[in-house]
Design a protein around this ligand. Structure first.
Ligand SMILES: Nc1ncnc2c1ncn2[C@@H]1O[C@H](COP(=O)(O)OP(=O)(O)OP(=O)(O)O)[C@@H](O)[C@H]1O
Ligand SMILES: [Mg+2]
Length: 255
């Protein structure tokens, strides 16, 4: 791939003898929205955990912008510009939407931010936080506690808090999981909008979203790449249909 922002080579993860990720090779092209799909238990979330070093790979290498980050800490990887959101919503429930985004901004500023800075620094922070809230259509919810937001709005807030860290590469694990149709449409449009000028790697089960906004799709099965390409290419691949059918049968046959 000509300009890979992220590359994994031979990535493996063993859990007490069970190989959840098995010699995975993955390349994500800069500027793409890249989908990671596959049946339940295929290893998608584990793969995200490895790429961000929340889990230590059993084998393999990871490169970000050509730099080997296999041994880097999660904090270092975040500072380099790889930011993930979680499958389960992860905002601070008792903080307002504005405060949640401000936490993201402060994290980005890291040690250069000090609470004793003049009030105008805080004003700037608030102004930037409001901009980010507007980007995700949450400007009217700035003062609302995250816990009181409807589910879809909470996920939008999570994306705003992730954006606050100015990711070059954003990893989204099932950003539309559990949403109603309206929220799905809003968050999908939001992902497309915030993809400008950055790269997104996302786990997504909703195939109309994958077909609608993703430039490239990697299909995982039992921890390895089963197929890869544009949506029309992988959708036409009989092995992909079989992988999904296989799990449907398994679920039907379960007691
Ligand atoms: N910490 C762990 N210890 C042991 N096994 C694990 C651990 N984490 C994941 N696994 C196993 O690894 C496999 C892959 O799990 P993973 O969560 O990565 O799948 P997934 O593709 O994200 O699935 P889903 O679509 O359901 O989110 C599963 O069989 C899971 O049970
Ligand atoms: Mg998962």
């Amino acid at each position: 791939m000509p300009d890979a922002i992220l590359r994994a080579e031979g990535l493996c993860k063993d859990f007490r003898g069970f190989r959840a990720v098995d010699r995975l090779d993955l390349q994500v092209q800069r500027g793409h929205i890249h989908a990671l799909i596959g049946p339940n238990g295929a290893g998608k979330t584990t793969c995200f955990n490895l790429l961000t070093k929340f889990l230590e790979p059993s084998a393999g290498r990871i490169f970000f912008n050509g730099r080997d980050i296999t041994r880097a800490t999660p904090a270092r990887i975040a500072r380099l510009g790889v930011i993930r959101s979680f499958q389960i919503s992860a905002v601070f429930p008792h903080m307002t939407a504005l405060q949640n985004v401000r936490v993201g901004l402060q994290r980005r500023l890291g040690t250069s931010f000090h609470f004793w800075r003049p009030a105008r620094t805080l004003d700037r922070l608030n102004a930037r936080a409001m901009e980010l809230l507007a980007q995700v259509d949450l400007q009217d919810f700035a003062g609302t506690a995250a816990a009181s937001l409807p589910y879809g709005r909470k996920r939008a807030l999570e994306i705003a808090a992730t954006l606050a860290m100015e990711p070059e590469l954003m990893l989204l694990d099932e950003p539309t999981a559990g949403m109603g149709i309206e929220d799905v449409a809003r968050v999908t449009a939001l992902i497309k909008r915030v993809s400008a000028g950055r790269t997104i790697l996302m786990v997504e089960h909703n195939m109309s979203i994958v077909a609608g906004i993703c430039d490239r799709i990697t299909v995982l099965q039992r921890g390895s790449v089963l197929a890869e390409g544009r949506y029309d290419e992988v959708a036409a691949d009989p092995r992909v249909a079989e992988a999904y059918m296989g799990t449907a049968h398994a679920q039907e046959e379960a007691p």
